[in-house]
Ligand binder design. Structure first.
Ligand code: NAP
Length: 429
């Protein structure tokens, strides 16, 4: 068996540069643990002269990462660029076709192209590893693949995006606006400075949910659009209301099998303050797994950042060095079934609805009449007038309501001339 492994890191941003240093520092430890000698023989980023957090060896720097593969001197590549398409996909495909193992933290790439890349990896008998794509440092994928290998998992839910959890936690704690907390998150490096949209609109969580579903339920990665709502419309007043109701707001990613169908969703939830998930705060992530015979399992840890992400990348790396060649999604692709999708029109929840309206007679009754017409029954109404602005916030907590009914109702209520803003909907979990 091979004794020396040549390694390349492509992308030297937050993750790649930290990983580069980790590999250098831990070279001896890796040799002790695996019996393998590792050499970093190539690195690549967009800009050779950019000042980086850690000093890099420019002698092994490639401006064109594809050339690293053509030069045919690496055994394992870390793809640390990001995004689902473009250069990242090209690198991963070319590497696998050249029988090079690939390790990536890129959830967007795996959620979108995981099936074809996994087929390619199996065909070329190389590893495609992506532990770091879900839950940062939490070893959730390996736990599903190995630790819980014979369990029948039927549901996974959790907090999978540290940026959103940090913003929600801080909004509740400080009463500050979404905008100002987002700015703080960007300064602290918890949110992308340029375009944090993919975190905030739920897409990042959904990509992770899709990877989790495929592994936990032994299915193909679902391609369908599913319920995805982010946190951009949540305001400080929602936290005041939630507090009055002894609830807390969390963005949850949820996947489960309902009547043999896959039901994936991402949306803000109101959770009881005394529950475990309500007390996972700041940038922390947590994943709760329900399976048979294991029962409920909880994993919690830092969900992002160079340290936790590198920890997961290193676990993939050592797995390869130990000769642990296996299917990317645990099973041969032909035994992983195509998914049948659950129709979320029948998804039922109690809802928190907030309407910002003109404060004048008859508005509340217009809302309640519309809800009744759509078979939505009311559990509680809280009305907070703003005399100066002649407006009011009306919060309605409903009994269990079908998704199709709330969609219909909010569509018409959104057009009501007394409505000042798009209504806010948060589901009780
Ligand atoms: N940041 C986190 O906390 C975190 C957590 C989990 C997973 N991830 C995933 O890790 C991956 C990397 O994230 P990151 O935060 O490290 O991103 P980043 O800081 O934006 O780094 C991206 C790197 O890719 C390089 N790059 C861009 N285009 C390139 C090209 N054509 N050829 C070679 N290199 C190119 C950039 O080069 P320059 O430096 O020269 O511009 C940069 O070094 C993403 O898939 C992300 O989703 C990140």
């Amino acid at each position: 068996m091979k004794k020396v492994y040549n390694v390349a890191i492509i992308g030297l941003g937050q993750i790649g540069s930290y990983l580069y240093r980790e590999l250098l520092i831990k070279k001896k430890e890796i040799q002790k643990k695996t019996g393998k000698i590792i050499n970093i023989v190539a690195i690549s980023a967009k800009n050779k002269n950019k000042k980086r957090k850690f000093k890099i060896n420019k002698k092994i720097f490639y401006t064109n990462p594809l050339k690293i593969i053509s030069d045919n001197k690496v055994d394992i590549i870390f793809e640390c660029i990001g995004l689902s398409d473009g250069i990242s996909k090209k690198i991963v495909e070319k590497a696998i076709n050249n029988r090079i193992h690939v390790i990536t933290p890129n959830k967007a790439l795996i959620a979108k192209h995981g099936e074809s890349l996994s087929n390619l990896a199996i065909k070329n008998k190389v590893n495609l590893e992506f532990e770091a794509s879900v839950g940062g440092g939490i070893p959730i994928l390996r736990t599903i693949k190995e630790g819980l290998a014979t369990n029948k998992i039927h549901k996974i839910y959790g907090i999978l995006n540290g940026t959103c959890n940090y913003i929600l936690t801080e909004m509740e704690k400080t009463g500050d606006t979404f905008k100002s907390i987002l700015k703080k998150a960007q300064i602290l490096g918890y949110a992308e400075p340029g375009n944090p949209k993919l975190d905030l609109n739920g897409y990042d969580t959904l990509a992770k949910v899709k990877i989790l579903s495929a592994l936990a339920f032994n299915k193909k990665i679902s391609k369908s659009n599913c319920l995805m709502e982010g946190i951009e419309n949540i305001e400080s007043k929602d936290f005041d209301m939630a507090n009055q109701l002894n609830l807390r707001i969390k963005l949850l990613g949820i996947t489960e099998i309902v009547n043999n169908r896959l039901f994936e969703r991402v949306h803000p939830c109101l959770v009881k303050k005394n529950t475990y998930i309500a007390n996972v705060n700041g940038v922390m992530n947590a994943v709760i797994l329900e399976g048979m015979p294991v029962g409920e399992s909880v994993l919690q840890g830092e969900g992002a950042g160079p340290g936790p992400t590198s920890s997961a990348l290193m676990s993939d790396f050592l797995s390869i060095l130990r000769g642990n060649i296996k299917y990317p999604f645990s099973l041969p692709n032909e035994v992983r079934e195509e998914v049948k999708i659950y129709d979320d029109a029948n998804y039922e929840n109690s809802l928190y609805l907030r309407f910002e309206v003109k404060d004048k007679p008859g508005v509340l009754s217009q809302i309640t009449k519309n809800l009744a017409q759509n078979s939505i029954s009311i559990q509680r109404v809280i009305q907070v007038p703003d005399a100066r602005r002649k407006t009011a916030s009306i919060v309605i907590i409903t009994h269990q309501t079908k998704q199709k009914n709330s969609n219909k109702s909010l569509k018409t209520l959104g057009k009501n001339i007394n409505m000042l803003k798009k209504p806010v909907l948060i589901r009780l979990f």
